[in-house]
Ligand binder design. Structure first.
Ligand code: SF4
Length: 444
């Protein structure tokens, strides 16, 4: 058992940026409660597993991993399962892995300090599963951010969209936004600590509704961008249904708001979008694309696509392919559809044979790679600001990220390498489908 003098924990995290940032908040909360983070499961008294249910057979993978933990149960360790699979499987986890003491979905993390107290008191079966209808968010000032220069702020939790293939509304609960005052207070604290790059997060970040009714989402972007010391503001993920013109206007007029929009389309066919319950049509989506394309700044666009959704015809798929040309995406994250437990789409006949799904996926990825080769070449010769993220000593290159979130590998003639988190101005000398090569012009 974790003695009060020696409370240690190890955390393993899977999934999206929301999960990664949840873990930063969980770590901060644990450290505030007197726990110390360790690097291996062997050294830990408490092992936490922050799960994700987005991938195929996620539940089996979680139970498989828990089975591996089993060998350590005789060592007096405690186990906690967090995240989407915890919410989805609930108390079944105790049945299949009786050595687990805590099962909690993300909507209950705000109760984590109390749950930890109960854990420390030796309680065996603690659950945080009943908070999906809460109006409250998990705000904590104890977030343990892993990167000292760029950091996340969750501004909205949960999802009310109920796309027919997705478990998130069932696992993360209903949509609830933080007040703009609380977001700005956190952003200000981060700026004071030296953060220059802030990414606002939400399952549907632009569905943000300020409970204090002071600011729209675009106004929050502008207010964070105006904080002294903040040089970059990003946001993800946007939902087309709630994507408004003032977001594009904010990007267009405020240089600190990054010129990148991730706008998942999922399909280019209105019929498939209807079956997916995405709440918009191809035309609606294209209108938003045209706003972005007509901006004065070159705004980079990226998207998510599902191919082979039940009922997707050849013609539907061709409509998705045609979007690649219309939108000119700089990246496409594409997946073949696979049914998820507890979603409405699981009852639809999964009518597309696996080989057709995989052939469509390959065609799409190949076509997109060729388009990216062309679209990245527009940066040849451009001067841009890059935030330094690392060094590749073998290649003698510095690695960084542009405002458009593109990877830039560059060289410098200066004897001293620029510091991590600093900004360099570079000139692009070569382009690839997923990265740019450049040389430093000046360090700023
Ligand atoms: S918008 Fe749709 S895909 Fe995104 S989290 Fe909500 S239900 Fe899932």
């Amino acid at each position: 058992m974790n003695s009060p003098a020696n409370r240690t924990f190890y955390i393993e995290t899977f999934g999206c940026q929301m999960n990664a940032h949840d873990s930063e908040k969980v770590i901060g909360t644990l450290e505030h409660e007197g726990y110390r983070r360790v690097e291996t499961e062997e050294d830990a008294g408490l092992i936490l597993y922050n799960t994700c249910s987005i991938r195929d057979k996620a539940e089996q993978k979680v139970f498989h991993r828990l089975n591996e933990y089993k060998r350590m149960q005789g060592e007096g360790k405690q186990f906690a399962v967090l995240g989407c699979v915890a919410q989805q499987e609930g108390e079944k986890i105790f049945e299949r892995a009786p050595y687990v003491s805590l099962v909690s979905g993300s909507a209950s993390y705000r109760n984590l300090p109390q749950m930890l107290d109960r854990l420390q008191a030796g309680e065996q079966r603690i659950t945080g599963l009943d908070d999906r209808q809460t109006d409250e968010t998990f705000d904590t000032e104890f977030t343990a951010r892993s990167n000292p220069h760029r950091g996340y702020i969750t501004i909205i939790e949960g999802c009310d969209k109920f796309c027919s293939y997705c478990v998130v509304p069932y696992t993360r609960g209903k949509e609830r936004s933080r007040t703009s005052e609380s977001i700005l207070a956190e952003a200000r604290r981060m700026a004071d600590q030296g953060y220059t790059d802030i990414q606002l997060l939400g399952q549907n970040v632009n569905s943000y509704r300020d409970p204090s009714l002071r600011m729209s989402f675009a106004e929050v972007l502008a207010a964070v961008a105006a904080l002294p010391g903040i040089r970059r503001v990003r946001f993800t993920t946007s939902h087309p249904r709630d994507f408004t013109r003032d977001i594009v206007e904010a990007i267009d007029t405020i240089p600190a708001i990054c010129d990148h929009v991730h706008l998942p389309v999922q399909s280019g066919s209105s019929a498939v979008l209807k079956a997916m319950q995405r709440e918009y049509t191809r035309e609606w989506y294209l209108e938003r694309i045209s706003w972005i394309k007509n901006a004065t700044r070159d705004i980079s666009m990226t998207t998510d696509i599902i191919v082979g959704f039940p009922g997707e015809t050849d013609d539907d798929f061709e409509q998705t392919m045609s979007l690649l040309d219309v939108a000119g995406y700089d990246a496409v994250y594409a997946f073949a559809y696979s049914p998820r437990p507890n979603t409405p789409a699981i009852t639809m006949e999964d009518s597309i044979p696996e080989e057709v799904k995989s052939e469509r996926l390959q065609r799409l990825l190949t076509a997109q790679r060729e388009r990216q080769r062309v679209s990245y070449s527009r940066h040849q010769g451009q001067i841009m600001d890059v935030m330094v993220e690392g060094y590749n000593r073998q290649r003698g290159q510095i690695t960084g990220r542009s405002s458009q979130n593109k990877t830039v590998n560059f060289t410098t003639t200066q004897p001293i390498l620029p510091a991590l988190g600093s900004y360099c101005q570079v000139r692009v000398t070569a382009t690839y489908p997923n990265s740019l090569v450049a040389e430093a012009v000046s360090v700023r």
